[in-house]
Write a protein of this length. Structure first.
Length: 271
């Protein structure tokens, strides 16, 4: 029989042929294992209860800081029909909006699959993507879909909306030094970091320094980084500085994701 330590170590392994987990109406505990996290089979062997796996997934999503609305976004929901197939995109080097979107989707899925295959092996993590495009072109959807895909494959991810993240860092001046320091360390060390909406913030010398520290660490440690931005390279350089942009481009392959109109507004028009 497996001991409890072996069971916990194996917690990331899928368990099959288990009853559907239901919560007890009286105490909220799992009706299968009673809240212990493991069950005994008729042959006397112990195995992980499905509720343990579900709790583990919930912990991963909380740690990833992925907002509820973004937790619903998947690669399958990334609708290529939103991108005209007969219109060349500006700066797309002759490619249509559809071709650019299909390429971005393919590259993002490939990046995620390589990250999953690499696991925690130092130095084997794939280079990430820098999604460039105007507001409403689908960049956040694709980045969130990547986060969800990775999380459901038990990869550690941190999803940071950059303006919100930098605002949180200001908490260091409000008696929250420990929390802010912990968040910065997470951003440096997490296997996959996703920086959404990079550039939508008034950067100070201090915030540039913080971002440089994160990007520099991740570049040196070869950690996968994904970012989205509405800015072009000239604007990014002016905002972030040459050193940070250089490291960002070392970490991320630029990938244009353009749309002829705001996809969010298009969805409202169809409603």
């Amino acid at each position: 029989m497996q001991n409890l330590a072996e069971i916990i170590t194996a917690a990331d392994i899928e368990t099959d042929n288990q009853p559907v987990v239901q919560k007890s109406q009286e105490n909220g505990e799992c009706s299968v294992c009673g809240g212990s996290g493991f069950i005994l089979r008729p042959d006397g062997q112990a195995e992980i209860c499905r509720c343990y796996t579900e709790r583990r997934m919930q912990q991963l999503f909380r740690a990833a800081r992925l907002q509820p609305a973004l937790q619903k976004m998947t690669f399958a929901q990334f609708d290529l029909a939103n991108y005209p197939a007969n219109m060349p995109a500006p700066d797309g080097k002759g490619r249509t909006y559809y071709e650019l979107a299909r390429e971005a989707l393919t590259k993002m899925r490939s990046c995620c699959d390589k990250a999953i295959a690499a696991g925690q092996h130092r130095g084997q993590a794939p280079r990430g993507l820098l999604l460039l495009g105007q507001v409403g072109s689908g960049k956040t959807h694709l980045a969130a879909a990547a986060a969800n895909y990775l999380l459901r494959n038990r990869q550690r991810v941190l999803f940071l909306v950059v303006p919100d993240f930098l605002d949180e860092l200001r908490g260091a001046f409000s008696g929250l030094e420990d929390e802010v320091r912990h968040l910065q360390e997470q951003a440096k060390r997490v296997p996959v970091l996703i920086l959404d909406d990079l550039g939508s913030h008034n950067f100070s010398d201090w915030t540039r320094s913080v971002l440089f520290s994160i990007l520099n660490y991740r570049m040196n440690e070869c950690l996968t980084t994904i970012a989205t931005t509405n800015l072009d390279f000239v604007s990014l350089q002016e905002l972030l500085g040459t050193r940070s942009l250089s490291r960002l481009l070392s970490l991320c392959e630029p990938c244009l994701l353009a749309s002829d109109r705001d996809i969010r507004l298009r969805g409202l028009e169809k409603a």
